[in-house]
Ligand binder design. Structure first.
Ligand code: SF4
Length: 436
């Protein structure tokens, strides 16, 4: 019985009325005196009528904390060793797990924020063949780094890798810093990545909390508020710190993440194969499907856009997006949004003219490409264009560079996902494959 039932007690009459309950189990009402520290199973909470909202919230938070202590204590001795033993048995042989070099852990962690483990391995190997050291990243042009990141999305992360490499070379003599604070100060490295690098590469006792870890703790400890909100986050942080066994952060952090990735998955978790099922509150209460509590869903915005592939004298016009814009530094085929009342055909001719100054006509419709990024669902209408008159130099009103490209030059450059999909489609289409 771990229930905390919260009642408001009238001082004058001694009567109390029910306000609600914290983690819902059984029935336990008693008295919690302000400031009293609790670690028992039955938590007694009094809310005085004259308390301000802030005082009431603080009392509730203390009661919640007491509940967690009660839940945590029996788990502490067996939970972490069981989980670590399971991880040691099932862990997958991955290139960055051979020696846990800080540079390898760093790059793998950034890649794994974009993609599944299996897909990340070939990207990682290709990256390490080309950039075997941190100095080799610092020396490489941004274009090439973006090319090696192509397909992983979120290109800011690739740019930040380069920025961090420059800082490491300038301020740390080319060696990855070993202190948690210094890791956290590098460009593009947030609390999760810093925790992962500190614990995996340097064995520091620092938690690494990603979405997998949040989900696992939300289920194991029946966290009943939206997992992305402050209250739940604080509880996950406290649990991670409390359960992490000293000196074993590398194995423990990976074990929790791996549990989330392989067993305690977002949909249809495999509780029957879970090594810590006996510790799981959500399973015991049969509410696994309701944990974690979802937050407010982000609105998805549909976007209808056009792009044009202009062929002239056997070459294709491409341009480089301006630094600072979305996908800055990547190459693209000119285009943009369809305006109200416009057809896609009118939009592509107008956009091309605005961005390059070229007068073009539609020679063929290529296809419609659908893809999503952040909170947008994009429908990209793609056209093959030609020009009848000789072309002047491009005005480049929405680009930093431009190029009349051969197929080889197109292959060498990095494009956003939608345009890369378009290139792949054109290469399989006999109408266009000779040009691209
Ligand atoms: S028992 Fe099920 S819900 Fe609980 S931690 Fe294991 S897989 Fe997740």
């Amino acid at each position: 019985m771990y229930t905390v039932t919260v009642r408001r007690r009238q001082e004058a009459t001694g009567r109390s009325s029910l306000l609600g309950s914290l983690p819902r189990r059984g029935f336990a009402v008693a008295l919690y005196k302000k400031g009293q520290s609790l670690n028992g199973i039955n938590v007694f909470l009094k809310i005085c009528t004259q308390w301000t909202e802030k005082q009431t919230k603080s009392a509730l938070a203390k009661a919640r904390g007491a509940c967690f202590s009660a839940l945590l204590m029996p788990k502490k001795n067996t939970f972490s060793p069981t989980l670590i033993a399971w991880f040691k048995k099932i862990q997958r042989p991955l290139p960055w797990r051979q020696d846990y070099l800080p540079y390898h852990v760093w790059i793998s962690e950034i890649m794994l924020q974009q993609t599944q483990m299996d897909r990340a391995v070939p990207y990682f190997e290709r990256w390490m063949d080309r950039f075997p050291t941190i100095a080799s990243i610092a020396d490489a042009p941004e274009d090439e780094i973006l090319k090696y990141w192509e397909g992983l999305g979120y290109y800011t992360r690739a740019r930040n890798i380069r920025k961090a490499a420059l800082v490491i070379c300038a301020e740390h003599g080319g060696e990855f810093p070993a202190e948690h604070k210094a890791i956290l100060a590098l460009p593009g490295i947030g609390p999760y990545t810093a925790g992962a690098i500190a614990s995996l590469a340097f064995g520091l006792d620092v938690p690494a909390i990603d979405a997998n870890v949040e989900r696992v703790y939300a289920r194991l400890f029946d966290i009943d508020s939206p997992i992305k909100e402050k209250d739940a986050k604080k509880r996950v942080e406290a649990l991670s710190a409390e359960l992490l066994p000293a000196g074993q952060a590398r194995d423990y952090n990976q074990a929790v993440m791996e549990l989330g990735a392989l067993i305690c998955t977002p949909r249809a978790p495999r509780c029957e194969s879970c090594p810590v099922a006996e510790h799981c509150e959500a399973r015991r209460l049969d509410i696994v499907a309701f944990r974690p509590v979802p937050g407010k869903k982000k609105d998805i915005t549909p976007l209808n856009v056009v792009c044009g592939v202009l062929e002239h004298k056997g070459k294709i016009y491409i341009q480089k997006r301006p630094q600072g814009a979305v996908w800055g530094g990547l190459w693209e085929f000119p285009g943009g949004s369809i305006e109200a009342g416009e057809s896609p055909e009118q939009a592509v001719v107008r956009e091309f003219q605005e961005e390059t100054g070229f007068q073009v006509r539609i020679a063929d419709k290529i296809s419609i490409v659908r893809h999503g990024y952040t909170r947008f669902r994009v429908t990209l209408h793609c056209y093959f264009l030609q020009a009848d008159a000789p072309l002047p130099p491009s005005t480049m009103s929405a680009a930093d560079e431009c190029l009349w490209a051969t197929p080889e030059q197109i292959t060498e450059r990095a494009f956003p996902a939608g345009h890369r999909k378009l290139i792949d489609l054109m290469r399989q289409d006999l109408r266009f494959s000779q040009y691209i």
